[in-house]
Write a protein that binds this ligand. Structure first.
Ligand SMILES: NC(=O)c1ccc[n+]([C@@H]2O[C@H](COP(=O)([O-])OP(=O)(O)OC[C@H]3O[C@@H](n4cnc5c(N)ncnc54)[C@H](OP(=O)(O)O)[C@@H]3O)[C@@H](O)[C@H]2O)c1
Length: 312
């Protein structure tokens, strides 16, 4: 069993955890009764396993809210590359175990998992096309099995395609919707029972886009999918309250593989429209997702992270 990190404040904070009984002697143990969540759960923790100062594994970030299994866990879809990778690493920095998901980039996903383990957290790698509901459920169940539960979900997996409507095939329209919208529904639905059990102020964050607001002439299906994610965010925020908060982040132009096809002229044009005079970095979006994870009075919101390209 891993050492159970029990911050000293929890020893006396009976609103979070109440000590039902303490057995003396050696080996002794605490029996804790979780008060949060729908199902109360008793957990016995051996004295030998309890430490009251944060181990390196908990990280130096914001997570100081261990669950009864010791470390909270998150699923980040599409985390082999780009923004999803940055989010996965940020969660690891903040003390979360992470399920890394990919569709085809297995080696890259394994490298992300190694980076998470280097940070002292646990990681699993699950290849799953999350537009498929069975595959999405397999991802979620694998994470719950590995970590003993799921506390946060980030619906990040997404694809785009540049094509005007007159040349856009209905199958391509459907594919974008499947990967960008249906995947968020699939993974969130599968994770719901686990999130409802979480004692870590659970949350879901969906990665939308600035194009949800502006539309896009050469990618109407992509922009529509990102708009749908914002409606899904608000719907889920109402549906899952008060236990689970649901928010969205809407990035502007971020330097990843998705935007690597720009010509120098296109880059100049895009940069001219960004007041902070730089592209976003994946870490900028990860910072916003971490904020939404921790902001316990924020739900149903969209956080725009676009360097001022679209204000308000
Ligand atoms: N980059 C931007 O400027 C920008 C702006 C606004 C919003 N966004 C959104 O941010 C998210 C991440 O974008 P990015 O720029 O980081 O893209 P990226 O570099 O192309 O990475 C996309 C990630 O999604 C995964 N993925 C794609 N389809 C999947 C599927 N069906 N099932 C599971 N995983 C799948 C990919 O896995 P594989 O590696 O296996 O292919 C990869 O990990 C997307 O939702 C995107 O729409 C990006």
């Amino acid at each position: 069993m891993r050492p159970f990190y029990l911050p000293k404040y929890l020893l006396s904070d009976v609103s979070r955890i109440s000590v039902r009984s303490v057995s003396g002697g050696s080996p002794g143990g605490f029996v804790f009764q979780r008060r949060t969540g729908l199902n109360a759960q008793a957990v016995t923790i051996e004295f030998a396993d309890v430490i009251t100062t944060p181990p390196a594994a908990v990280g130096t970030g914001k997570s100081s809210r261990p669950t009864v299994r010791g470390v909270p866990a998150t699923v980040v879809t599409g985390s082999s590359r780009g923004i999803g990778k940055a989010i996965a690493l940020r969660f690891a920095d903040d003390g979360y175990d992470v399920a890394v998901n990919y569709r085809s980039s297995e080696d890259a996903a394994e490298r992300v998992a190694d980076e998470i383990r280097d940070r002292g957290q646990e990681a699993i790698v699950v290849g799953a096309d999350v537009s498929d509901s069975d595959a999405a459920a397999r991802l979620v169940d694998a994470a719950a099995d590995a970590f003993g539960g799921i506390d946060h979900v980030v619906n990040n997996a997404g694809i785009d395609q540049h094509v005007r409507t007159e040349d856009l095939e209905p199958d391509d329209f459907d594919r974008i919707m499947d990967v960008n919208v249906n995947s968020a529904f699939n993974v969130t639905k599968a994770a719901l029972p686990y999130l409802r059990e979480s004692a870590d102020e659970p949350s879901v964050t969906k990665v939308s886009s600035i194009l949800a607001h502006t539309g896009a002439a050469i990618e109407c299906h992509y922009a529509s999918s990102k708009g749908a994610l914002l409606s899904l965010t608000r719907s889920h925020a109402s549906d899952f309250a008060p236990e689970i908060r649901v928010n969205a982040v809407a990035p502007g132009h971020v330097e990843t593989d998705m935007t690597s096809d720009r010509t120098p002229d296109e880059k100049r044009e895009e940069l001219a429209a960004i007041p902070v005079d730089r592209y976003g970095r994946p870490e900028d979006i990860a910072e916003a997702v971490a904020y939404l994870r921790d902001a316990t009075f924020v739900t149903g919101e969209t956080l725009n992270v676009n360097g001022g390209e679209r204000m308000g």
